[in-house]
Ligand binder design. Sequence first.
Ligand SMILES: [Mg+2]
Length: 323
Amino acid sequence: MSLSEFDLIRRCFSHCGNGRSDVLLGVGDDAALLQPPPDMLLAVTQDTLVAGVHFPADPDPEALGHKSLAVNLSDLAAMGATPAWVTLGLTLPQPDLRWLDKFSVGLCALAVRHGVHLVGGDTTRGPLAISVTAVGFVPPGAGLRRGGARAGDLVCLTGTLGDAGLALRAPSQDQSADDRDYLRGRLQRPSPRVDAGMRLRPLASAAIDVSDGLAADLGHILDASGVGAVVELARIPCSEPVRRYLSRTGDWSLPLSSGDDYELCFTLPRERLSALDRLRAETDCGVTVIGSITEDPGLRLLDPDARTYRLEYPGYDHFGGTP
Ligand SMILES: [Mg+2]
């Protein structure tokens, strides 16, 4: 791209974030200079969204800016990290200032909300793709990992599952315009559970964010921890539109394996159960116990009649447990 095109892009992103004092040098030089707090570990994550793969070919740019950052903040939340800095890699078919302005509004509004500062990035010409790297802080030994679940722990979820997946399906007659707005919002502007993640540091034995669907992502915890789990489908938290869908179709694959929910799935030692009430009071996302960790490997799903539910989901192989 030409120098003037770079200037356009810089104009949109040079003041993106909340002006943190630990950013000694931000956008505009060859590299950012950042001052991490003493005695903190850095949690670093990167997610790339590609047009036509992760979002429609002609997306709402403001929503896309929001989601590009949200998916990364969700990964930091799953580690219990406090988000701090992000960099942005933008691949654009052509520089379009109006499009970039809207994209930066979506991204920067979420950055400000979470005290995050954009400290640099890169732009290239090509098919639309967005790559964000996010950096957060976590005290040594306090980061949440996938491998700490133990038999007897409770399996818990923030928020609700299935909304983003339902937004991608054809609207049904029982959905109001408000329902459709709500579902579209959940798909396009997910709320990363950053606050809940930080509060889970002293509580959870393992955590992951639900980006690929509960069955797959809880499966990662089970694999990493060398345990299994029993989950009661009736306890999975779902919004009213998803509940109506479930009672109409009985299709539990929606909350179990449609992705893009960006809730946190975590395990909690039973003796800390009372801490959930405090967590519920301190966060606005809701927290629900949906099952428990077992010594037997595999994920066992129980339908509302306490029968084993078999989920058809090619590519997912965590159903080795004995029903
Ligand atoms: Mg993740």
